[in-house]
Design a protein around this ligand. Structure first.
Ligand SMILES: [Fe+2]
Ligand SMILES: [Fe+2]
Length: 189
């Protein structure tokens, strides 16, 4: 764990490094709450943004080498840093655990049918203690009561933001939102 931290401190800006520590801390709390492996949560939280400082060209190359090509409209650092980060975490940090790598991979865009670890990293990224404003306080509280509800609020907020700012929305994000809406509105659970 210390080695991962030292390496992260080298490759990330200090603000991003501190954010990663906070996400790991929040992820451990959520892992306890939802009774999953806290060590996996801590590692995934620590490395979730390890792809953040990779150049866009390098991200594209990493994805191409790993046969994870995406249509060109999704070529943005905001959308790709999770995908590239998962590859980086596997190659450089030698993390082989698929649960952890998927939590890194999908921490920004989400996907339908996320595992509990994926959900935890997704929402810990948003509610870590340094994040403030808007609906954060409500989402933070909800995350410990009903993580799926928290994700639904967050994902709708994200989509609204992306629409207002004329940004590309990754289809995973839409699917995540739709499956949650279906569950809550049509299946009532
Ligand atoms: Fe991120
Ligand atoms: Fe993050």
């Amino acid at each position: 764990m210390d080695q991962i931290k030292m390496h992260l401190e080298e490759i990330l800006r200090s603000r991003r490094y501190r954010h990663s520590l906070q996400v790991a801390h929040t992820a451990v709390k959520l892992a306890k709450r939802y009774r999953i492996d806290t060590r996996k949560a801590e590692i995934a939280g620590l490395v979730h943004d390890c792809g953040k400082n990779i150049s866009l060209d390098r991200m594209k190359e990493l994805l191409r080498i790993n046969k994870a090509d995406l249509p060109k409209e999704y070529f943005s650092a905001a959308l790709l840093h999770g995908f590239a980060g998962a590859i980086y975490a596997r190659n450089v940090f030698k993390i082989a655990d698929k649960d952890i790598l998927d939590a890194v991979k999908y921490h920004t865009v989400g996907r339908k049918n996320m595992t509990m670890l994926e959900k935890i990293i997704y929402i810990a990224d948003v509610i870590e203690p340094k994040r403030e404003g808007g609906k954060i306080e409500m989402i933070r509280q909800l995350a410990f009561e009903n993580i799926d509800q928290a994700i639904l609020f967050e994902v709708e907020d994200k989509i609204e933001f992306l629409m207002k700012n004329r940004k590309i929305i990754h289809p995973n994000t839409i699917e995540l939102r739709n499956t949650l809406i279906y569950r809550f509105e049509f299946e009532g659970k």
